[in-house]
Design a protein around this ligand. Sequence first.
Ligand code: NAD
Ligand code: TYD
Length: 353
Amino acid sequence: MILVTGGAGFIGSNFILDWIASERTPVVNLDKLTYAGNLENLAALQGDPRHVFVHGDICDGALVGRLLREHKPRAIVHFAAESHVDRSIHGPADFIETNINGTFRLLEEARAYWQELPQAEKAAFRFLHVSTDEVYGSLGPDDPPFSETTPYAPNSPYSASKAASDHLVRAYHHTYGLPTLTTNCSNNYGAYQFPEKLIPLIILNALNGKPLPIYGDGLNIRDWLHVGDHCTAIRAVLAKGRPGETYNIGGWNEKTNLDVVHTVCNILDELQPDSLLTPHASLLTFVKDRPGHDRRYAIDARKIERELGWRPAETFETGMRKTVRWYLEHAGWIQNVTSGAYREWVGRNYGER
Ligand code: NAD
Ligand code: TYD
């Protein structure tokens, strides 16, 4: 068994689908099913005994302790988090609760469970903490990309809460010897991403003829990685990573937001040449910037390549094409996730811009 937290979200569900397809070990999936959690992402596993879903909160220490003793996982892969920067600006409290307190509770329960394990299982156990490159702050145009030794300088409530959780994970290794691994990954995109994040939001708005909101001047840079590549990287770190280490994961793919949005529009123009909305780029609309908006993220992913032999398989072009096609082919999924709560968020975030 492995215990996955947040496995009904975007990356967690991709990870579980990928894991079940490639490994033998079953998965216990602990997820609170917040607005971002969606069991429809895992519909392909319905009736599959290798996936056990538990509806619950990582902040519930008693529940986590019970699950660990019942299922005896050889690893915890920790995705559960509040993950959207704009939401952290509107309301940071949930970010502190889940990302910091939740990770603390999980670490405490993991430590107690791990300490009771027989020697061989204790040595083999891993706690893999999934984190973000945003903990490193913002780069200038000529700065070298983030490496594992770049000092932390988080700028949003989201990245500050993730940075705090990374520090706790580090301390549990240093103080108690818990065999932890931390991954800091760049921006992901792909199937099942909730349409509050840039790429799915742009695809959906473009399909519906709605404005494509570009914050500020659109020249902020992110390093984009296809979610499938993030999943293979996490599997490599879990299998071969050295306890106590951190690994940066990135796509070697720096793009401005304007590049990203134009790429989506061009693919849609090509796939839907008869649409009345072609050219979709005519929908681009500049809107008020995000407060404290980080200018540039870029990852130096040489350590994971050197030590674990991992490199991304998708290019931006192949990954984006797959992603746009996926959204075109999953109208039912889109309809279900864009109901009430989503419309309320769009009103709150874009109404005032
Ligand atoms: P997401 O918001 O799509 O999913 C988060 C999942 O966690 C949801 O299923 C939600 O229900 C669950 N969850 C939230 N609070 C919980 C709680 N208290 N207890 C149990 N479950 C809870 O997020 P994502 O984009 O899949 O990101 C997953 C992880 O990867 C996060 O830790 C995030 O910081 C990190 N990350 C994301 C990206 C990205 O581009 N999306 C990049 C790097 C790192
Ligand atoms: P996002 O997907 O929210 O990820 P993050 O803030 O974690 O990098 O945003 C990616 C980039 O796109 C970021 O620079 C903000 C920008 N953005 C827009 O320009 N318009 C939008 O409507 C959204 C959601 C994001």
